[in-house]
Design a binder for this molecule. Structure first.
Ligand code: 5AD
Ligand code: SF4
Length: 350
């Protein structure tokens, strides 16, 4: 009964208290279906049926950080490291554009090898020569000046997941970094006029429903344009190898609640979701997601971008992957988005 009332309140977009978010997170059985339907309804009402595709280019798997959950952590000596040259990045983006992917996400570990001016030049050429509709960066924590340079070069969006809103857990899982520093950067990115993306990992060891509620409320407080929500997947070459993975159902609940509280945000059906369950991305689209980020990294490198093992879409041909994705989207009576798919907040579509 309490569940039904809280769900009604969430639909009204009045915002929720932490204990109410927890009530929704505890949904079971048919309640989960009701939560999904509510989120799907909000998605349809505010964002329509378009599913935006963003080509992701994982251009370097070098990382100076040592996050306990991530296969790219610097102490993972078993991983073969690679870097794409600027020329390779541009060629990859050109190919993605040719395949009908109008926007690009440049993602890497925290790799100082790519200095701010070098990345700025790549961004400028992506927007200019290649004619990419929108460039999203996801290269971790850098200085205000770096972010400013990239913004001036034409970067539109920045993804910097807060990962977990529990400051103690954050410090434990991301040695040498703090939640406070992360949030400061999200504030900078906002100031610089980026469309800002955050997000969390669901099912991290030591995480509670309280933490997940705090994650969702933080994303609302930051009023993010994008939020990536995916399950934890243990990587064998990390200290968390033996921990259990995040659950599909819990991840879908977090996604659905995020949709209820952030009706206009772009929420991807994440690759991690597609990795823990064969229908994960499809289910994500039914629980409030409206974005998919197909991997466009050139195949010889793709298998070394091992944030977590078993990543979906590893050995597929790009063309075939896109056809399958489009079929999946159409089977849900949805359409592939056209154009850059900017946040409706930015387009003035309030
Ligand atoms: N399982 C799920 N997601 C992970 N990430 C890193 N390691 C893992 C893992 N083991 C996510 C982080 C990061 C993004 C690039 O990948 O949220 O922001
Ligand atoms: Fe590096 Fe990001 Fe992985 Fe942490 S999560 S080790 S910062 S790539």
């Amino acid at each position: 009964q309490e569940f039904v009332e809280v769900l009604k309140k969430a639909r009204g977009s009045h915002g929720l208290e932490r204990h109410e978010v927890i009530v929704l997170l505890q949904a079971r059985g048919e309640e989960v279906d009701a939560l999904g339907r509510a989120a799907d309804g909000v998605r349809a009402a505010f964002l329509g049926d378009e599913v935006h595709l963003r080509g992701i280019i994982e251009f370097s798997n070098y990382c100076r950080q040592n996050c306990l959950y991530c296969g790219l952590r610097r102490d993972n000596r078993k991983l073969r490291r690679y870097r794409l040259t600027p020329g390779e990045i541009l060629a990859t983006a050109r190919k993605a554009a040719g395949l009908g992917l109008p926007t690009i996400v440049l993602q890497s570990g925290e790799d100082p090898h790519y200095t701010a001016p070098v990345l700025a030049d790549i961004i400028r050429r992506l927007k200019g020569e290649v004619g990419v509709g929108a460039v999203t960066l996801s290269v971790g924590e850098r200085s205000f000046e770096d972010y400013r340079l990239w913004r001036e070069a034409g970067a539109d969006r920045y993804l910097l997941k807060h990962e977990t809103a529990d400051a103690a857990l954050f410090a434990r899982l991301r040695p040498g970094t703090t939640l406070q520093d992360r949030l400061l950067r999200l504030k900078w990115l906002r100031e610089l006029g980026y469309q800002v993306g955050s997000g969390n990992i669901v099912g991290l060891p030591g995480q509670s429903l309280e933490t997940l509620a705090a994650d969702i409320l933080l994303m609302r407080e930051l009023d993010v344009e994008m939020a990536g929500i995916g399950p934890f997947i243990p990587h064998p070459q990390t200290p968390l190898a033996k921990e259990p993975p995040g659950e599909l159902e819990l991840t879908l609940k977090v996604l659905a609640i995020a949709r209820l509280l952030l009706p206009r945000a772009h929420l991807p059906a994440t690759t991690a979701l597609g990795t823990i369950h064969p229908a994960g991305r499809r289910l994500g689209l039914c629980f409030g997601a409206n974005v998919i980020m197909p991997d466009t990294t050139p195949p010889p490198y793709r298998c070394y971008y091992q944030i977590y093992p078993g990543k979906a879409g590893m050995d597929d041909e790009m063309e075939a992957t896109l056809v399958a994705l489009k079929n999946m989207i159409h089977s849900l009576n949805r359409r592939v988005g056209r154009g850059p798919g900017h946040s409706p907040k930015i387009q003035g579509g309030m």
